[in-house]
Design a protein around this ligand. Sequence first.
Ligand code: ADP
Ligand code: MG
Length: 596
Amino acid sequence: MPVRYLPDHLVNQIAAGEVIERPSAAVKELVENSIDAGASRIEIDLREGGKTMISIRDNGCGMNKDDLLSALDRHATSKLPLDDLLDIRYLGFRGEALPSIASVSRMKISTKDSNSTEAWEVTAEDGQKSEPRPSTQSDGTTIEIRDLFYSTPARLKFLKTTNAEYAAVKDCIYRLSLTRPDIAFRLTHNGSPVFHYPVLSDQSDQQFEQRLKDVMGAEFLANSLPIDAQRNGMRLYGRISLPTYNVGTGQEQYLFVNGRAVKDKFMLGAVRAAYRDVLARDRYPVAALFLDLSPEDVDVNVHPAKAEVRYRDNASVRGLIVSSITHALHQAKPQGNSTLGTQTIASFKTHYHTPSYPSSYAAPGFSSYGNLAEKVDNFYQPSMEIQPSARAEIIEDIREENAYPLGSARAQIHENYIIAQTENGIVLVDQHAAHERLVYEDFKSQLQERGIEKQGLLTPEIITLSDSDIGYLLDESENLARLGLEIESFGIGAVAVRSIPAMLSGRIDIQSLLRDILSELKEKESSRLLEEKINTLLSTMACHGSVRSGRRLNTAEMNALLRRMEETPLSGQCNHGRPTFITLSLKDIEKLFSRR
Ligand code: ADP
Ligand code: MG
């Protein structure tokens, strides 16, 4: 068979298979072109998730008649003027997108070169482009694509539902718009406006803040921490969520390398590692993180859709990500998840309708809340006589404690929840979860600094177990000994426990601790890093060593717990990312009572 060159049209369709696998990929290429064209406003219009129509309009530099024609040719690009693949300043540079998309859709481009008074348009169908015709385009470029993949039915079949394609397009625009807070974006779907992200400031940090809020929501902003770290000529910045503000997928981790949105497994893995200690395995943080490094240290050219990257020095990229996130999480003042507070309010509201009394209802003397409050106050006069001076002192004490971030403990309810009063609201603490975290952090720092202190048992505790369980325990006996738990074989069907961690002394039932450790060991068998295994064991021990729910605490004990939480890094969540406390602001409480 003779060797022959494939016709251009076929080459383009093959490339389209790689670069444009679905509508969102076409949107990405076209929006990137608009960004490269210097647009300050980009409007995206979709029908059926982009399956039947995508239109992108920008106010960028536009094209003249000649460029318009060559833009549709393969490998025609205006963006690699120095022919240097190491010096890539534009988002595009392969000159593949337009011809590829044109080969599998019906395309129309209308454009006006900003240096000219003329505007032109061409259409392309089945890879055939029309002659340029004069157009009414007033500025920039509009590219309209209809019936993506109509000419390649095999590919058309692989498109997902309209909703799924639409979601992918939106996600892609979120990412792009985060990279360029200086460009206004607007999205319309099936004729209805979806969002409009304006540019309201000319300061770049304010633009960034505004865009984060527009894209990721005010709640994310309120429940996240800033990151900004530099090392070895690299910079990582952006925001990461508090561990308690977590989601069920990794979808909301927006990552960027040198201003390009990436879905880089390596970076995702590093973020995951940084949260390992504070999030359950099936929960994910929300993040917008930007990694900037010298173009020589990163290759963005490995994947046609440019979603993956390669670094020259993996270890230092990972180090920067893990250490700066870990640092931020440790530095964070214990901060309750305010969203949970808001949710609380919402749930209160679903149970109680706020009655709207007719104004005539107000009886004399009951006309205002103020009055009502006074009456209640009089009714509940403390029965015990307190001298005015002593009373002032008590109030002073309370005020002082209020000034602490977690406030002063005022009550314990259901033997597990501490209610504390802060300067501007209340804090509700899950005493077991909180204490568990404290014990765990204590264990970890002991382990790091001097090894875990053990407490020898005067008479070793003999525990009977099945042979296989004993096998498991003895296999780990070295690790367990590092954690203060010394175990040795004691004849058939029993082990002797010679020491336990000093922190647990007098507080635990050794038998049930061993059983829990066993089930952890079995569940998380093998293939786990030693460090991870140790942390799991520590966290099991912490659970045993912490105040159970059900134990009554007095005010001093409760306050002591609160003060220790304030000092302990990462105390805002238990070892699985569940919050240890939530806050409710006075404002929110007032809202509940319709005072606001
Ligand atoms: P690349 O972006 O890799 O150069 P494309 O096929 O995406 O390749 O685009 C080809 C060329 O068409 C670009 O280099 C640019 O000159 C021109 N072009 C595409 N879209 C626009 C636009 N929205 N505004 C101005 N010029 C554009
Ligand atoms: Mg391009």
